[in-house]
Write a protein that binds this ligand. Structure first.
Ligand code: NA7
Length: 538
């Protein structure tokens, strides 16, 4: 199968890939190695996806660096050297550029090419994909590698555009240096991005005002350089570690407890929490096996962290405002910080509790809280993303009979395995809604999806006019299963982006699949082996 040029701007490929982050890069490599022609469109002017856009000061991964990397190529693993326990954005972006160069991926990527539409032609059985660079690609398969946390959410606060100072969103951070020196800066939002950027801005700005609506739980990262011993251990045992991670619930080498909170007495419980606190990171929420299942159990972990907040923040009133009170710990993605709470001990930092003093608007001078205006030179929105579905729904995607994805997902996203949608033949989504995606080490989730899609597309390669599509009954069953699994946990108790709760008007359904990456992988493999059970091949 070869790419042929139609006219200046239209070309024909076997596969169009949307996005050149972790998912898009691996797709190009894998599909090319199977003899398929590919075209990848990327909105940014560089590769890297989420790690291209989120370049705010302090941006750092909350999964340990050695684990948060591709496992499919031994040479890449040997050649790249991570230097810190948790990598910062610049190193991860450097890694993805290294991968793009090393595997010679760039020749198949169009940069600064935002995909505007992907439309299925029922008669020709082909997708037509149009991008903002003027290119149109016609392809048998269309794969959305658009990312779960890539559609930045900039709230439409009254008067926002009248602001005279600088205005940034953490998820769309500019490429030029942002100078905080001598400035009065406001940060809106205290999720993972806010918790990372706030300590950094506080060190440089004249004054920082943090506008908090809902406090979150955060565990220290205790980030540090990787020791020669840790590097040697990883190099020696990498294959075993990867195999364990891929079979695990989260694709991460957490120490999953096998005992319940109530199997131990209070002393032992506190000892366990303290030990995990001192090791740092999200491993904390796996201290007991019922923390996500039982509210009483969860409260013991939450109480421990609340006590830590009180001990880290000098002013008890500020500590109180920073203490989460509306969700079980871990049911919103746990934050991992460096000096977050300590930042509020600085003289140049003020915390505004928007629950007590709601934001009434933005004026040319600053942020209005009723009659009070906080004058600002710069506002940083750390207000998150239209997660999981946002990047997909911002593209005009039309399947059979002109059916739009937007209409199809009006009441919430439906998919089979988070990979395919009934009515959209030969369309695949990497880490789509209903797959483990962002509740896991997303690089492992991406590899699993890319390899599954690669297998499927290869299986169909010799039958050029055959299509594959999710069956609606299989899709309904899967959607129900995803909901049932979530309903058996405490996750739906939080108003989180996992639930779509952060976007006004977004249907409130639990978006990812939390049945575990290992189980999910086994099921997907079984389905493929069983002649793609639940799919129509016609
Ligand atoms: P998050 O976790 O969605 O956090 C967004 C924050 O912004 C959160 O504190 C929100 O408060 C706040 N927010 C959003 N809109 C507003 C308005 N209109 N006014 C005031 N405050 C607002 O996004 P992040 O970027 O921090 O992290 C997303 C994921 O990326 C993270 O979980 C990691 O996996 C990486 P709210 O809670 O809605 O009251």
């Amino acid at each position: 199968m070869n790419a042929q040029t139609h006219h200046d701007q239209t070309s024909i490929y076997d596969v169009v890939i949307v996005g050149a982050g972790f998912a898009g890069l691996y797709l190009i490599h894998l599909l090319r190695s199977r003899g398929l022609t590919v075209r990848c469109f990327e909105a940014g002017d560089g590769v890297g996806g989420t790690w291209y856009w989120n370049r705010y000061p302090g941006a750092r991964c909350d999964v340990e660096s050695q684990e948060y990397s591709f496992s499919f190529n031994k040479e890449l693993e040997r050649e790249w050297r991570w230097t810190e326990r948790y990598s910062d954005q610049t190193q991860i972006l450097g890694y993805l550029n290294f991968v793009a160069d090393r595997l010679e991926l760039r020749r198949d990527i169009a940069l600064s090419a935002r995909v505007q539409s992907a439309i299925f032609d029922d008669i020709r059985k082909r997708w037509t994909v149009q991008a903002s660079n003027g290119e149109t690609a016609i392809a048998r398969f269309c794969i959305m590698a658009t990312g779960c946390l890539s559609a930045a959410q900039l709230p439409n606060i009254k008067g926002r555009d009248s602001f005279k100072g600088e205005l940034y969103h953490t998820g769309q951070w500019p490429h030029h240096d942002v100078d905080f020196e001598g400035k009065h800066v406001g940060v809106i939002g205290t999720g993972s991005s806010g918790i990372q950027v706030i300590p950094q801005i506080a060190q440089r700005a004249k004054h920082l005002t943090v506008f908090q609506r809902t406090p979150n739980f955060s565990i220290p990262a205790w980030n540090k350089p990787l020791s020669p011993e840790k590097i040697a251990d990883w190099n020696m045992n990498r294959d075993d570690y990867r195999a364990i991670a891929k079979k695990s619930r989260s694709g991460i080498l957490y120490e999953y407890a096998t005992r319940s909170v109530f199997d131990v007495n209070e002393d032992e419980r506190l000892k366990e929490y303290e030990a995990r606190w001192l090791r740092g990171g999200a491993n904390f929420v796996h201290a007991f096996n019922d923390l996500f299942l039982d509210e009483k159990a969860n409260e013991t972990a939450a109480a421990f962290v609340k006590e830590k907040i009180r001990s880290r923040v000098k002013d008890p009133q500020i500590a109180k405002i920073l203490t989460p009170n509306d969700h079980p710990i871990g049911t919103k993605r746990i934050c991992v910080d460096t000096d977050y709470y300590e930042t509020y001990n600085r003289k140049n930092v003020t915390l505004v509790d928007l629950r007590k003093e709601p934001m009434t608007g933005i004026s040319p001078e600053g942020i209005a809280l009723g009659d009070r205006i906080i004058p600002l030179d710069m506002i940083v929105f750390a207000t998150g993303f239209d997660a999981v579905t946002g990047a997909l729904l911002r593209i005009d995607i039309r399947g059979q009979n002109g059916l739009t994805l937007k209409e199809t997902w009006q009441e919430g996203p439906k998919s089979y395995l988070g990979l395919a949608v009934a009515g959209f033949p030969n369309l695949f989504i990497v880490t789509g809604p209903g797959s483990p995606s962002i509740t896991t080490n997303v690089v492992m989730a991406i590899e699993q999806h890319v390899e599954w899609i690669g297998r499927c597309v290869t299986d169909l390669k010799s039958k050029p006019d055959v299509m594959i599509e999710a069956r609606s009954d299989a899709q309904e069953n899967w959607v129900q299963h995803v909901r049932d699994v979530a309903a058996g946990t405490l996750f739906p108790k939080a108003k989180s982006w996992y639930m779509g709760a952060n976007i006004p008007g977004k249907p409130q359904v639990f978006l990812p699949y939390i049945g575990g990456l290992g189980n999910y992988t086994r099921l997907c493999d079984e389905i493929a082996t069983d002649n793609y059970r639940g799919f129509l091949i016609y």
